[in-house]
Design a binder for this molecule. Sequence first.
Ligand code: AHR
Length: 496
Amino acid sequence: MFLANLKLHPAFTVGAVERELFGGFVEHLGRHIYGGIYEPGHPTAGPDGFRRDVVDLVRELGISHVRYPGGNFVSAYDWEDGVGPVADRPRRLDLAWHSIEPNEVGLHEFSDWLDLVGADLMLGTNLGTRGVRETLHLLEYANVPAGTARSDERRENGREEPFDVRMWCLGNELDGDWQIGAKTAEEYGRLAKVTARAMRAIDQDLKLAACGSSWRGMPTFGVWERTVLEHAFEEIDYISCHAYYHEVDGDAASFLASGVDMDDFIESVVHTIEHARAVKGSKRRIDLSFDEWNIWYQDPDEIDTASWPIAPRLLENQYSVTDAVVLGGLLISLLKHADRVTAANLAQLVNVIAPIMTEPGGPAWRQTTFFPFAATSRLATGTALRGALDAPSVATAKFGDVPAIDAVATLDGDRAAVFVLNRSVDDTAEFAIDIAALDLDGPVRAQGIWDEDRHAKNTLDQPERVTLRENTKISRENGTVTVELPPVSWTCITIG
Ligand code: AHR
């Protein structure tokens, strides 16, 4: 057992917790759409082909908005293929995932699905094989009310009112040589600038995210961001960050410290933004859209390049308790930076590195990672507070000594929530939270993810093996709440 404590004070405010911190991501990839959210003939499917059991789980997950339609897929996608009568839509080669795209689901159908799950759209535009012209056509189709060729085409296709898409991604990971239509930073920075400028000529009130690096391990990381910002600073609202983590060779200690890496990544990009702002003498504020983040065990051999299947099983990671604990830790990292990370998207949502899994003709279930996301999305409201944390260190091979505990709190009127990670692989923590300065009454409660078997997973055969557990080892005495945190655990504590 080790001791750790967190002192909370309203003066330690980081910033407002934007709802857009809890976005999801749906890509045309594997069984995400076809055989995932969309399965005509499934016992729970409506006349629209969308599975209602999946809709219910997505609602329970609590996502604010969904990035769509990719990812790598978007970089060779023609959005026009996905509108108009379904029977007339072309089948295409999806070069990103070596699959056939049947185009049964496109902008209209996906928007209808978003209405079912109660989330907004963050639309990606193809700046890989296409550019300004096609993006403007898409924007006109989506957002102009009526009276122009594209907007009237939308109305003829059955949608009288505009989709009114507010959040847009200017391409995807165009620094990566795997990306169809990859670009240099100079090429992309200029394209992002002219595209954004033209889009604003149609609609001033858009939130535009330019591509940052595909991940911070890219050889051009930092220089890419600086160059893109030099070109597009006055036109964009966000620069994107992407990060995926996984456990390597059983090194749980390093894996549990993934949030240290995410913290540093975020702070590096914020510094790069502020450098660009200083050089330009600009007053503009650019934030981070962390529009892909998750745990991902990549298998470079899983794509079958000898065939072109429809909806193959790809990226179907099964997540363990440890994965869920780390995912909860990554949410803590995002919340600690709520002042600058004002949009984020868990990548992805159903079947593909996803919190929700489905079986064709069968059930849908929650992966372990579902629980920390759903709880954080539900409880993290109001403002984020960092707090003064005092905790011992644990040694990691990858990041050196790191604090054994990571934590963040949110304060919303007379209610607070504290999210906390115990990174120790072996030891329970006695964690004391000093809330004297918050003036909160009401009950305290702790729930979390931990297990005797940190490798336990939810599967088709055992879909409820892992769930959010009640932690009864919590007490409150005057201004201090004390909780026992098991090793390898993520916990959310509510006060009030
Ligand atoms: O989320 C899976 C893939 O990861 C996305 O298509 C791509 O943007 C990233 O490399």
